[in-house]
Design a protein around this ligand. Structure first.
Ligand code: 9Z3
Length: 362
């Protein structure tokens, strides 16, 4: 009950925009695939922002670029799932991620053949064609729905809405939380309307007036004498949405969360703590520096299982971490870790659906 109250207060006090449009798109998508007897996966991806002003110029962000979510979504599509891809605006997306700056950049692959005519260089032609074919197939067959967010509150409103829309699917729904949501935020009613000023530009205001107008009612407390030189942010904790997701928004779906750490000594402990606290189905633990080639599956059965891929092309020795736990080289140098993670998750999802008493609605 306390949790309901906390949630309701959070959602009421921290609004989002354009939710109705996304809700309608997700509702149509989920109903369509439910009728077609397809499994549906909600894949979250990328980091959330924490705005410091209502008319936002500055915000707090995090490192996540959406590689995990975008790659995983592709492998879920390959396994026949319809995918709602809830991602940070501008982050990597399934298939098109291959055209990101880091992989294939336009100036490198476009060759000018004539005035106004370009062709794609032979080295990447096949990859570009295959990628576009897969992307177009997913979109034209309506198997992939894009919904985007920027702020933590955009994300939480959409997560709750889509999870609730998936309830009628029962255990056929899968929620795969690869996004990196912020842990702290500034509540909307404490945000200043306008851009934070670094020094007094309005000579008519005294420092006391300036403070009372722009920051004293906000989450921004300035400890400066005048002119402002230091700034202290007061952030509130984001409500523990995983608890609400498991207990109320998506009671029957299989729920997979990720646990990210930078200290290898606490990863397993934190992952086990998460599964024991929220009692969901799977926590996938990963370390910031080794996340591209190893993860650990932690379930309620206490049978931790490491999944490892080889360090493939594009990784420099500088990426090698002293914290790295012995990697088993894969025979396929191009193998992505997600191509191993997703089939293992799908197998667990099958067991989840087959469980006696499972609320399978197809
Ligand atoms: C993850 O751990 C993802 O695997 C990454 C992927 C964010 C590391 P990239 O987008 O990175 O490929 O660059 N996501 C979950 C991170 C997280 O904040 N989890 C919460 C926690 O650790 C629980 S929901 O407390």
């Amino acid at each position: 009950m306390e949790n309901d109250f906390e949630d309701e207060a959070y959602f009421a006090q921290n609004p989002t925009s354009h939710l109705a449009k996304d809700e309608l798109a997700a509702d149509n998508f989920i109903k369509h695939h439910s009728q077609a007897g397809h499994r549906v996966a909600l894949v979250t991806s990328g980091g959330t922002t924490v705005p410091l002003e209502k008319h936002t110029v500055r915000y707090i962000d995090n490192f996540s670029v959406g590689s995990r979510g975008a790659a995983s979504a592709e492998y879920f599509l390959m396994q026949g799932y319809a995918v709602v891809f809830l991602h940070r605006e501008g982050s990597l997306t399934p298939f098109l991620r291959r055209f990101s700056q880091r992989n294939i950049s336009l100036p490198d692959v476009l060759v000018e053949t004539d005035q106004d005519t370009f062709r794609i260089s032979a080295e990447v032609k096949q990859e570009v064609q295959d990628t576009l074919k897969s992307y177009n197939r997913a979109r034209t067959s309506n198997m992939l729905l894009f919904i985007s967010f920027s702020t933590i509150s955009d994300y939480l409103h959409r997560l709750r809405t889509i999870a609730c829309l998936m309830q009628p699917l029962g255990s056929v729904g899968l929620i795969y939380l690869a996004a990196a949501p912020s842990d702290f935020f500034i509540p909307s009613d404490r945000l200043p309307d306008h851009k934070i000023q670094s020094r007094f530009t309005d000579k008519s205001l005294t420092s006391t007036e300036w403070l009372s107008q722009s920051s004293s009612q906000s989450g921004l407390r300035s400890t400066f004498p005048q002119p402002p030189s230091q700034f202290t942010l007061h952030l509130d904790p984001v409500p523990k949405f995983l608890k609400s997701l498991v207990e109320r928004w998506a009671r029957d779906a299989m729920i997979v969360s990720f646990k990210l750490e930078t200290d290898p000594d606490i990863l397993l402990h934190k992952a086990r703590h998460s599964i024991n606290t929220y009692r969901h189905h799977l926590v996938i633990g990963n370390m910031l520096v080794t996340r591209k080639w190893e993860v650990v599956f932690v379930s309620q059965q206490n049978d931790d299982r490491w999944i490892r891929a080889s360090k493939s092309g594009g990784w420099s020795e500088a990426d090698e971490s002293p914290l790295r736990i012995e990697a088993i080289p894969s025979t396929d140098p191009e193998q992505e870790l997600e191509s191993m993670i997703v089939p293992s998750v799908v197998q667990l999802h099958e067991e989840h659906m087959a469980r006696p008493g499972s609320c399978r609605k197809h």
